[in-house]
Design a protein around this ligand. Structure first.
Ligand code: AMP
Length: 425
């Protein structure tokens, strides 16, 4: 199937081809015709599915075919949870728009950097704004833009927007939008709070949820290695070296943890860096560029920061700490096995996180056999999970008091505990 067959203009279809996309992905094939007809859309889609172009292309089509006002009025507002995603979406818009016959003005706005250049960029208006909610509100408060004419609103990674606590900001933004508009809502997961947000925002939406067809399901091998917490850094080092992992994304629970693990690897001669929200914008960009250029072999990231790492070729993902929410596990392992490549997702499971990992298994409906690596046998108390379907009988929540990231809720960890958790003692 071609992009033109979906109803996109010939010039846009040509621009897409210039961008290197030969044929639409399943979500693009489903969503583009519906969005072109002006319907609201509720899309359940993961990063990696091609969802960005699924909404960017119809927006560009509408801009190319609509009458242009002068000064420009903001037509399309794309809200995203993180600055990295803002940059990525901006790159898709810019990359395709540069090959269309009409100039399209884009402004990408996010916090953590000076607001002045973003205010300057909005002078004379913009056709498309990609923004994180907090900075968008700042710009509105500075009278840098108005939402009065927004024809299309996109919420990308709506679940993350809520996870990151943007609910109040979204409420304020929604109040400023015209009631007659098209709304496109994309989320990787669909818990109750996301459903409630979708219900307030969308009008009679078309649901797009792609069936998990075996032939298109990502080819991700999952491994779970039982290990004591204080041996994890050493085990990680050994695996990276012995299994010759070329590029590894490691998830740690805290910013502090990312720094410690990266430091430990670096000291062992492995090119590794931490990636978290406390890094400056320039610092994050430098880490990403080095990772993409294979100057860094390992990036140790927190969940929030890792949303901005869009590298299709990611052969290995490691859960140094398990994710707090089972849904996050799916996000994490989805970073590997993209674009048809096979991937490997390795989780370190410790005695006090075994129950939480079983909950994760239950949620994803798949058991992962436990492994023990020679030389890293856990101490006697850490037992392997029973075989069979025992995990079916697990309670729906992590056992009370268990902090899935290690430790017991309510008990503050000492610095020594933190170092031990990070495998540095
Ligand atoms: P997304 O899910 O929007 O983050 O896209 C995931 C990756 O797929 C990005 O690297 C895109 O450049 C790529 N992509 C999106 N649409 C297509 C397409 N139709 N053909 C090839 N690659 C695509």
């Amino acid at each position: 199937m071609s992009f033109a067959a979906l109803g996109l203009s010939q010039s846009l279809a040509r621009a897409v081809a210039e961008h290197g996309f030969e044929s639409p992905t399943p979500i693009q094939a489903s969503a583009i015709p519906v969005i072109l007809q002006g319907e609201d859309v509720l899309g359940l889609a993961q990063t990696g599915s091609g969802k960005t172009a699924a909404y960017v292309l119809p927006i560009l089509h509408q801009l190319l075919t609509a009458k242009r006002s002068n000064p420009r009025r903001l037509q399309a507002l794309i809200l995203v949870p993180t600055r990295e995603l803002a940059v990525q979406v901006g790159e898709v818009v810019r990359g395709i728009a540069q090959d269309v016959p009409l100039p399209i003005k884009l402004c990408v706005a996010f916090g953590g950097v000076s607001i002045n250049p973003q205010m300057m960029a909005l002078r004379g208006g913009a056709d498309v704004v990609v923004a994180t909610p907090g900075r968008l509100l700042d710009l509105i408060d500075h009278n840098a833009l108005s939402l009065a004419n927004v024809a299309t609103l996109v919420l990308d990674e709506a679940d993350r927007l809520l996870d990151l606590g943007f609910s109040a900001e979204l409420g304020r933004i929604l109040e400023m939008l015209p009631t007659s508009r098209q709304s496109l809502f994309f989320s990787a997961t669909f818990p109750a709070d996301v459903q409630a947000l979708a219900a307030t925002l969308l009008h009679d939406p078309i649901h797009i949820e792609l069936p998990h067809e075996p032939e298109t399901a990502p080819d991700i091998t999952q491994r779970a290695i039982v290990v004591d917490p204080d041996r994890r850094a050493q085990l990680l080092r050994q695996l990276i070296t012995q299994e010759a992992w070329s590029r590894v994304l490691v998830f740690a629970a805290t910013k502090y943890g990312t720094e410690l693990v990266a430091h430990k690897l670096h000291r062992a001669g492995i090119h590794a860096a931490a990636f978290h929200g406390d890094l400056s914008q320039g610092g994050r960009r430098a880490v990403l560029d080095a990772f993409k250029a294979s100057e860094l072999q390992v990036v140790v990231a927190t969940d929030v920061a890792a949303r901005g790492i869009d590298i299709a070729d990611m052969p290995v993902v490691v859960n140094f700490d398990l994710p707090r929410a089972p849904a996050e596990y799916t996000h994490r392992i989805g970073r590997t096995g993209r674009a048809g490549a096979s991937g490997l997702a390795v989780s370190f499971v410790c005695a006090d996180t075994e129950a939480h990992f079983r909950l994760i298994e239950k949620r994803q409906g798949q058991r992962v056999p436990r492994e023990v690596i020679e030389g890293f046998e856990p101490a006697a108390s850490a037992t392997l999970a029973p075989e069979g379907d025992g995990f079916e009988a697990e309670p729906d929540q992590a056992p009370q008091g268990l902090d899935p990231n290690g430790g017991v809720k309510g008990k503050r960890k000492s610095k020594k505990d933190k170092l031990r958790d990070a495998g540095l003692l």
